[in-house]
Design a protein around this ligand. Structure first.
Ligand code: IPE
Ligand code: IPE
Ligand code: MG
Length: 253
């Protein structure tokens, strides 16, 4: 016998409220997680989840643009992801080209600039070529900065900064006394960018997985169980809405 279930309003449908346009995070960072589990749930190979994830990237870029977010940093491949099976890594390394092939015209049209953080040189030649082409092509765009963390690891980034600083001290480019948080930040991959205001991680995991350890010191965190391939503009809006309810104190009162 079938029974009528009570109608539960889903959280998203309650979000009729408009966002406050003067309290949009300038910089949103996202740990795009759960592609493998999304595929597994459907009896598909993990790579099917990665491929589907491309569309979520486009949806969130569109939404970020619409809400006037300035910087969107997306964690696409970590320095620890090299531990994965070779075939999965090879697939992941082809994804930037695939994404850009489909979406670069729209990104150009929307004035989006593409950049990366991470150890770019260590990427396969074909990946570098596709991404460098998009960086060059979009370099004069002054809309949303779409910043891919590609072969990125925060500890690697910090170690690299320390080595560079020591070398610059050695050759008297800077002095130990002048070194402060601001100067240190300039040695990170994120030089010139403001710290993320909001960090989103999908798939229910609540950890940083070596992402932006320095930069997230005062960032607001928002976690969702939604798997990355199911992420869309509605969930993004929910994250921005939740962000707008937060009271940021930075240690003050
Ligand atoms: C995120 O999805 C994409 C990358 C880390 C490259 P995962 O591949 O980590 O998916 P899960 O976490 O195994 O479900
Ligand atoms: C973090 O996800 C890296 C990216 C999203 C690119 P992982 O799936 O690699 O993180 P862990 O292994 O669950 O911590
Ligand atoms: Mg994962």
């Amino acid at each position: 016998m079938s029974m009528k279930l009570p109608f539960f309003k889903n959280k998203q449908t309650e979000l009729h409220e408009d966002l406050e346009s003067d309290n949009i995070p300038d910089h949103v960072a996202i740990i795009m997680d759960g592609n493998g589990r999304w595929a597994k749930k459907r009896g598909l190979p993990r790579i099917a989840g990665h491929k589907e994830g491309i569309n979520s990237v486009n949806k969130v870029v569109r939404a970020a643009n619409q809400y006037n977010v300035k910087v969107l940093t997306l964690y696409a491949f970590s320095t620890e992801n090299w531990k994965r099976p070779k075939s999965e890594i090879e697939f992941l390394m082809k994804l930037p080209k695939e994404f850009l092939h489909i979406y670069l015209p729209e990104l150009m049209e929307n004035n989006v600039r593409i950049d990366t953080i991470g150890d770019f040189d260590a990427l396969p030649q074909h990946t570098k070529k596709a991404v460098q082409y998009a960086k060059d092509k979009t370099k004069n765009n002054n809309g949303l900065l779409l910043n891919f963390a590609l072969n990125y690891g925060s500890r690697l980034e910090i170690m690299r900064a320390i080595k560079q600083i020591m070398s610059d001290i050695d050759c008297s480019k800077i002095s130990i006394d002048s070194l402060d948080e601001k100067i240190f930040s300039e040695y990170l991959y994120t030089q010139g960018l403001s710290d993320p205001d909001l960090l989103i991680r999908t798939s229910g995991e609540q950890r940083l997985s070596n992402f932006l350890l320095w930069q997230l010191a005062y960032t607001e965190f928002w976690f969702t169980d939604v798997l990355w391939p199911d992420f869309d503009e509605v969930i993004f809006k929910e994250a921005l809405y939740e962000y707008q309810q937060r009271k940021r104190r930075y240690g003050g009162i």
